[in-house]
Design a protein around this ligand. Sequence first.
Ligand code: ACM
Ligand code: ZN
Length: 512
Amino acid sequence: MESVLALVPRPLKQECAEGFFECDGIPGISGDGSFAEETGVFSGQLSARYGAVSGSPPQIMCAKDGAIPAEGYRLRVAANRIDLAAADGDGMYNGLQTLRQLFLSGDTGDVFVKNPQTHFAIPCVEIEDAPRFPWRGFMLDCSRHFYQVSFIKKLIDALSLHHINRFHWHLTDDQGWRLPVPEYPLLAEKASKRRNPYRQEEIYDEGFYTEDEIREVVAFAAARHITVVPEVDLPGHTVAALAAYPELGCTGGPYQVEYRHGVFEDILCAGNDRIFDFVAAVFDSLSRLFPGKYVHIGGDEAPTARWETCPKCRQRMTELKLNEPRQLQRWLTRRFVQMLTERGKTAIGWDEVLEGMNDSECTALPDDMIVMYWRSWMDKKLIVDAAAAGRSLIMTPCDQGAYINFRQVEDPDGPGAAYRSTTLQNSYEIPLVYPEMTEEQAKRVLGGQGNLWAEVINSAMNAEYMIFPRLCALAEAFWSPAAGDFAGFKRRLQVHQRRIDSLGFVQCREDS
Ligand code: ACM
Ligand code: ZN
C-alpha cells in the first residue's frame, strides 16, 4: 500500500519520512507578521478542542514564499519543528487546515497517540499542495428549512477544514424569505413564515436572519477564507415574496407562502416596472451585507404560464418585439445583471438563464455572468456551447454526485429517502469536465459545488448526516489533482471521519 497520510482532500505531493514531531499541548506559532489572522484562527480552532496554546518557544514557523501557487502551501514536519509557507493568506489558511487535520488525528484515536488530550505525535512529512480548481463550493438551502446561525458557523468551519472556499447561501424561495430588506418590511413579517396547511393558525416553519447575524456569518467565513455567495432566486421561486407583496405577481394574488414542494407558476410579473424597485432594494441589501464579488440570482424553474396570459407581460413582449415568453426571462436576467454590475458585483445564475432565443440585443446575456450547471440529465449541448462561447461555468451536476440531499444509503426511514440515491462514490466521481468539451472549453470550468436542498432535510442533525462524508468526497474532487482513487480515498476516510466526529458532527457511515 502506498505511504500517504490520511488527509482529505489528498494533497498534490507528499513525501513521508521517518519519525515524529512530538509535543505536549499545542505548540506556539510564529510568523513574519503577515499571517497573524490565519494563525490566530488556527490557534483558536485547536485550543477550543485541547486548551490553551503553549506559547514559547514557537515550534510552528509560518513564512511567506511568493513562488508558491495561489491558495497553495508547503508544509514540512520535522522532528523538532514544523514549517509552513505560502504566497498568500488563502494558502497559509489551507496549510494550517491540513496541519489541523494532523492534530485532530491524534484526538480521534490514531495509532500514534500516547495521551490524546495533551500529547501529539505528528508524522514527519513534506507536503506541497495547490488546488485543481479555484471554485470549491457548498450550497445550503435555508429557505425550505431555516438553519440557525450557530449551525451555519459550525458547518463553515468544517468546510474550511476541507479547503472549500465558497459558501453559497440560498436565502429565498417559495417556502420562505430569509433576507432583510428594510424597504420591504413584510418580507420579515409575512414572507418568512410558512403556515401549516391543515391548521392555518399554526406556523410550522419560520425564520429570518438579522443584518447583524448575516454580518457575523460573513466575518466568520472570511476569517476562514470562505467567500459567502448569497442567492436570491429570481424571477421564479418567489411565492414567499409574492405572499408579502402580491402586486409584484401577474394575477395580483392573494398568495400564500408555499408549504408544498415543487415548481410554481406564480412568479414575478415581467410587465410590471415595480419589480425593478423591489429587486433594486434587494440588491442594495445584498451589497451592504455581502462584501464578496458574487451574487447568485437564481433563474431556475421559472414557468412562463402566467406571462403568457398576463396583459402587462404581453404588452412588454410587444414593446420589446419578443416572439416567445421565455425571452422575457432573458430580458429580465440582463436587467438584473446590469443592476448588479452597477453595484460592482458579478452575477451567477442556474443554467436556465442560457435558454430562450437570443436574437435581439435586449436579451443578450452579459458575457461576465457565470452559469451554474445543474440539469445534468439533459443534453450537454447547452453547456458545451456556453463554454465554447467563452462563458465561465461552475459544475453542480444534479444527478451526478453534486446534490447531496439525495439519499446516500438504502435506508427507507433515513433523511433524503424520498429521493433517488447519490452514493459516496457518485460524489467522489462527480464530473467537473465533460468528455464533450475540448481542452479550451474545459478551461471555462471554474470548479464545482455540492448542494443541499432542504425540502425534506428539516433539522441540522439530518443536514449533517447528509453532508458527511459526501462533502469530503466532493472536496477532494474539487481540490486534488491527485483525486481519482476511490479505494484510497475510502481508506483515508476511516481516519478522517473520526476527525469529523471530534468536531461534533453526525455522519452517515456506509459500513455501519
Ligand atoms: C435547482 O436545483 N432548482 C437549481
Ligand atoms: Zn405579468
